[in-house]
Design a protein around this ligand. Structure first.
Ligand SMILES: [Zn+2]
Length: 256
């Protein structure tokens, strides 16, 4: 076999392995244009600075106010759609509102929460949704497989953390922030095992974005049952993200 033939075979093998990777998850990667290639990276960097307390609140808000309108344009230009609440999907595959912690949404405690406090934030303006994982191996006790976290809404991924270990002080562990221009909200999915999306990915309700995990300062401790931490922040008229309780929406959602 000559060198040319070998090169062709290698090329074919390379393509097919890429194809297999694409098929691992059911979201569709979107094309990024060079003009906006840094946009989501920029928001992710800003979010890291906020998270780590490396930027003052007023400066951070200014940057949020600059980036969000651009992200909104990018979202609609790249196939993002307005999706009615009635078409949102329950954010854990195979589960429903019975798995939400607390009583009638009592897990939501907004006291003192401020997005710009980052990892040092107060309160728990979120709902925790638990999976059946008694031995805490991040696999379903029933199927023995990972449990998928689904995007509840449409939106654009604006920040992720894909790595975490037990020495980290990050409370959210491996997390995803999604900005949904349609509901004018951020959605935060925390404590994941594997994050399967990247900044600038456009998602729709039901897209697999992660697997449920135990990452995060408190979430990995034995006393914490395996769960997804789900928070919605609604943007006010100055684009300041403020917590809002999504419990009443969650209990109405269809599952997958
Ligand atoms: Zn939580």
């Amino acid at each position: 076999m000559n060198k040319f033939a070998i090169a062709i075979i290698l090329l074919i093998l390379g393509c097919s392995s890429n194809e297999a990777k694409k098929n691992e998850t059911n979201y569709t990667p979107k094309v990024k244009t060079s003009v906006t290639a840094n946009l989501c990276g920029d928001y992710n960097s800003l979010n890291n600075k906020i998270r780590d307390g490396l930027i003052k609140k007023d400066e951070a808000l200014k940057q949020v106010q600059t980036l969000l309108p651009q992200l909104k344009v990018y979202f609609y230009k790249n196939g993002g759609k307005d999706i009615a609440k009635s078409n949102w999907i329950f954010p854990i595959q195979g589960y429903n509102s019975k798995s939400i912690g607390g009583t009638n949404g009592s897990g939501y405690i907004t006291t003192g929460y401020d997005y710009f406090d980052g990892n040092k934030h107060k309160g728990h303006p979120a709902q925790d949704i638990f999976i059946a994982d008694r031995n805490q191996d991040c696999l379903s006790d029933v199927t023995k497989k990972p449990v998928n976290v689904l995007s509840m809404t449409g939106g654009i991924v604006i920040a992720t953390e894909t790595t975490w270990d037990t020495t980290s002080v990050l409370r959210g562990g491996k997390y995803i922030w999604i900005y949904d221009p349609s509901s004018n909200s951020f959605f935060y999915y925390a404590h994941n095992n594997k994050v399967l999306v990247h900044p600038c990915d456009i998602v729709k309700p039901g897209d697999t974005i992660a697997t449920v995990g135990r990452s995060g300062l408190n979430a990995f401790k034995k006393r914490s049952p395996t769960h997804l931490h789900l928070m919605q922040l609604k943007l006010d008229d100055t684009n300041y993200p403020k917590p809002i309780d999504c419990y009443k929406d969650l209990i109405l959602l269809k599952g997958m």
